[in-house]
Design a binder for this molecule. Sequence first.
Ligand code: PGA
Length: 260
Amino acid sequence: MSKRKPLIAGNWKMYKAGPQAAELANRLKSLVSDITDVDIMVAPPFTVLEIVAEILEGSIIDLGGQDLFWEVEGAYTGEISASMLKAAGCTHAIIGHSERRQYFGETNATVNRKVRAALIGGLIPVVCIGESETERESNQTFSVVQEQLEKGLEGLGSDEVQRITIAYEPVWAIGTGKTATTGQAQEVHEFIRRRMETAHGNSVASAVRILYGGSVKPENTSDLMAMADIDGALVGGASLDADSFATIVRLAMDVVGDKA
Ligand code: PGA
């Protein structure tokens, strides 16, 4: 059996205020109550983390922040620290999402600081990397991904890298309805795993989960999940609907048996 348990993560982005978040969390909790062999995580907006944490208590669904700031505390108006996420019930933090890179000036260097802060704070970083459409068209996919990986994880020891989850999200596939083909996704996932192997050895590379993200929906989940190096999904749009997200989780669970 594959050593890696799949993780299906939902990124709610800037959607779902209080009552809608509670409704989504409640419905999701009941829909996945019988799920085994798949880890589940949702990352709601900061303002509803505690409400959602309370609802999800006792369920198998973990909670994540969509971002964090690297300082422990201080005069940083508008920012949230790892310990604040932890106190709100989070076990994970999404870091370096392409929307953060695109609209909020995040770079590989800021990603690196955030990854370190998350690890120190006891959170699992879900580090997002992926090429833009122009980069893919000019055959830069592998060099871009390699640079994001190397700089984003710069200076970390193998014991730290082992605690990280990577999300490969081709920017051109996010929220566009365009999904990478299974071949396109698998070839980048395999490349990422090889880079990890070169840097940190085989046991780290074969333990690290690499999620795919970019227009994942029930219709394409099984094919993506069947790929050898795809260990789960980071789901945006389809995670806002409890039924779709739960279906993705269930399909991922079905593939676990086939991949064994
Ligand atoms: P999408 O978003 O599923 O809506 O394409 C994925 C993501 O941004 O993580």
